[in-house]
Design a protein around this ligand. Structure first.
Ligand SMILES: O=C(O)CCC(=O)C(=O)O
Length: 237
């Protein structure tokens, strides 16, 4: 049987602490996924033809908080950050066919929190794997501390987050890349220092994902000019 926070939270937490990430299946129902996709497709930006990920979409439609405040996600996140959590950011990814992925990065490069106070839940709203813009990760890389970055020559990519390809983490050679296979409705819990990126979507279908990030209540973080993070109370709208 697959390891799960639902049935064996201690071993699941151990696995997260060892690897820097954990895939929890069956977090959102198919209906929840469809509702979030519909909410994403109803945002004014995409209606005007802008397929860049929608940053903080809950500020336009509080319905996105249903994903962020999912009780199972919040319960798990509070184990990962070691106490009561607040949300910091929602981001809805369309993953338009052909769009280039994210360069390798540690989420904490952007957020500058204390390492163990900050974690993300990357929630797949469709099945996601290497062909359709899947995540790439480097198991145990969260133990390497804050890694240096180098500039990448790609710059802004149409249909992608404007900060996705400005720089990339320099990953020490002992960490080996793996592709994460994430069924629809599953959450990938990501440690603040876990190096990850994503592949190009080579299919004809959109790759819908809701990314939610969280921090231990009271811990420091960088608001950021683009994301403009501020604490979000974790009560369902
Ligand atoms: O969904 C993706 O393509 C990658 C997103 C990501 O890693 C991030 O926003 O931190």
């Amino acid at each position: 049987m697959r390891l799960s926070f639902k049935t064996d939270p201690e071993r699941a937490l151990e696995s997260y602490r060892e690897n820097g990430y954990f895939i929890e299946e069956g977090v959102l129902s198919s209906r929840d996924c469809e509702e979030l996709i519909k909410a994403g497709m109803d945002l004014p930006g995409v209606k005007a033809g802008d397929y860049r990920p929608a940053m903080q979409p809950h500020r336009q439609n509080p319905g996105f908080l249903k994903g962020m405040c999912n009780p199972e996600v919040v319960r798990t996140i509070e184990q990962l950050v070691g106490g009561k959590a607040v949300g910091l950011q929602t981001e809805f990814f369309y993953g338009k066919p052909g769009v280039k992925g994210f360069s390798n990065h540690q989420d904490n490069f952007f957020v500058e929190a204390e390492a163990d106070t900050f974690a993300s839940a990357w929630i797949a709203l469709v099945d996601v794997g290497p062909k359709n813009g899947g995540l790439i990760g480097y198991p145990r890389s969260h133990k390497a501390g804050r890694l240096p970055v180098r500039k990448v020559a790609v710059g802004t990519v149409e249909g992608q987050d404007p900060n996705a390809n400005n720089e990339e983490s320099v990953v020490p050679s002992q960490y080996k890349q793996v592709d994460l296979i994430v069924p629809k409705g599953s959450a990938v819990f990501i440690h603040s220092q876990f190096v990850h990126g994503s592949r190009m979507n080579q299919t004809k279908d959109y790759r819908f994902v809701l990314l939610c990030t969280y921090i231990r209540q009271g811990a420091g973080f960088r608001a950021g000019r683009y994301a403009q993070r501020e604490p979000i109370a974790l009560q369902e709208a």
